[in-house]
Design a binder for this molecule. Structure first.
Ligand code: KIV
Ligand code: ZN
Length: 521
């Protein structure tokens, strides 16, 4: 059997997708679940891009056992040193360095000649190899790179010490047959050097034309043995190749992909998908292959009839194979503490005893009101509690909030806060009640802080559902801080999320530490 290496970049390329930024605690939760899922490589971040990215790659390298932990770096020496500083704590560290090789990128972005780019790639790989024995190199925008030049650069970086060569379709431009031929050509032209150096040929496809999975599978058919992908296919623009789709294609169509396997424990797929969706706030479309809520729903009468006669009529995969539990609730009014503890453990949360107690109290309160608590409710509550600030970090606390709104008045809010131990009340008006609350809070703390994004999600159906508010605020220097809060009351959830965000901004100003998000390269 040929094992395909599953390289997960949810925490790097996936996290770069608009609105997906994760805190350090959230990244650790995802990384633990990825290890449970059985991915071979976790690309944990882009360490030079921010202090927050560096710290989270370092923490993941220290804490996650099993997969290779990889950090991304441009070809600059500082990038590579920073990536090494973060990944060196892992038992299996990898540095992934890249430079664009297509004419359009070299002329317009890099303003460098082919020879200069080749030299930069070789120097970077040599330097990385002097630090770490596992080095991946990507010629960025490969799918639009001159084939022979791409092969020359691949040969040169292998000679310089690269152990994995990744061929990215950075802009999602390739068609499957064409991409497959590109991979075949690399094997034909560089067969000796690839074999004698035991180099892994990898692919990394974006989904701009909806072909990321098809292109990746075609590359596997033509010899690629590492697939780079993300959970739920999240990523820049239209996203990356979806891990669950590639893996389930290889598994379900064993007859077609002969003697090919992966190390993925597919029973963990659904759970991982739900976790990533909940933590990033990026919903999974209902009809998404494999993990969408309709993926195993049979609505049409004729289909239902067929299914009752024999499931094979319309079901090509068993829902159990991906650990599908649908929207079944897990906790009822009379469920005990252990049920909550088990649910948290199952979902990969590693909370302190105190945090677990807090989750149990909140779940019980909710079960009293809602009768049943769904899996998504527990994820939201646990995430909220995992992201709570410590006592020292809580510079501002909410004391009271009053809101008036109606169809014949401008919404108004009065918010009382405890700031550094002293009570202060502020008022504000707005286009809606949430806007009024936001004005009242910001005028008291720092009016230059702006609310960049506000998202509201009712976690489970009904008017008594939990409201999950996620926000992003920006200080005048452009630093962005993300916060989330869950409450039965939308106004309370909004106020708590804003105050959490403000606390993060104030802590950042005081300690010059925090999670700057959205790495650029
Ligand atoms: O899409 C891309 O080219 C990348 C590289 C950094 C591999 O993400
Ligand atoms: Zn990418």
């Amino acid at each position: 059997m040929k094992k395909i290496i599953i390289f997960d970049t949810t925490l790097r390329d996936g996290e770069q997708s608009p609105g997906a930024s994760l805190t350090m605690q959230e990244k650790i939760i995802v990384a633990k679940q990825l290890a449970k899922l059985g991915v071979d490589v976790i690309e944990a971040g882009f360490p030079i891009s921010s202090e927050g990215d560096f710290e989270s790659v370092k923490l993941i390298a220290k804490e996650i056992k099993g997969p290779i932990i990889c950090g991304l770096a441009r070809t600059r020496k500082e990038d590579i040193d920073r990536a090494w500083e973060a990944v060196k704590y892992s038992k299996k560290p990898r540095i992934h360095t890249f430079i664009a090789t297509s004419q359009v990128h070299m002329d317009n972005k890099l303003r460098k000649s082919k020879e200069e780019v080749m030299q930069m790639a070789v120097d970077a790989v040599k330097h990385a190899r002097s630090l770490c024995k596992d080095i991946e190199f990507s010629p960025e925008d490969s799918a639009r790179t001159d084939l022979d030049y791409m092969c020359d650069i691949i040969k040169a970086v292998i000679e310089a010490g690269a152990t994995t060569i990744n061929i990215p379709d950075t802009v999602g431009y390739a068609e499957p047959e064409e991409f497959g031929k590109r991979i075949k050509y690399v094997f034909e032209k560089l067969n000796n050097i690839i074999k004698s150096n035991k180099v892994v040929i990898s692919i990394h496809c974006h989904n701009d034309l909806g072909l990321a999975v098809a292109n990746s599978l075609e590359a596997v058919n033509n010899g690629a043995t590492q697939v780079e992908c993300t959970i739920n296919g999240i990523g820049e623009r239209a996203g990356n190749c979806s891990l669950e789709e590639v893996v389930m294609n290889l598994k379900t169509r064993k007859d077609f992909f002969k003697d090919i396997t992966t190390g993925i424990n597919t029973k963990e797929i659904f759970k991982t998908s739900q976790l990533v969706s909940s933590l990033t706030g990026i919903a999974v479309q209902r009809n998404k292959a494999i993990v969408g809520s309709n993926a195993f729903a049979h609505e049409a009468g004729i289909h239902q009839h067929g299914m009752l006669m024999n499931k094979l009529t319309y079901e090509i995969m068993k829902p159990e194979e991906i650990g599908w539990i649908g929207t079944t609730f897990v906790i009822g009014k009379h469920s005990g503490k252990h049920a909550v503890e088990n649910a948290l453990k199952e979902m990969g949360y590693d909370l302190t005893k105190e945090q677990v107690e807090k989750v149990i109290i909140k779940v019980k309160e909710l079960a009293d009101k809602q009768k049943v608590v769904m899996r998504e409710d527990i994820i939201a509550i646990a995430t909220d509690i995992a992201g709570e600030l410590s006592k020292d970090e809580e510079i501002i606390k909410l004391d009271e909030i009053k809101v008036s709104t109606g169809n014949k008045m401008q919404p108004e809010a009065a918010v009382t806060l405890i700031i550094d131990g002293k009570k202060k009340t502020g008022t504000g008006k707005g286009v809606g009640p949430v806007d009024a609350v936001s004005h009242a809070i910001r005028t008291m703390i720092d009016p230059s802080i702006t609310l960049k994004e506000y998202g509201l999600k009712a976690i489970t159906g009904g008017t008594d559902a939990l409201a999950d508010v996620s926000i992003k605020i920006q200080d005048k220097k452009g630093n962005i801080f993300k916060a989330e809060a869950v409450n039965e009351d939308i106004m309370m959830a909004s106020a708590i999320a804003l105050i959490k965000g403000m606390n993060k901004a104030l802590n950042f100003q005081r300690n010059k530490k925090g999670n700057r998000i959205h790495a650029q390269y």
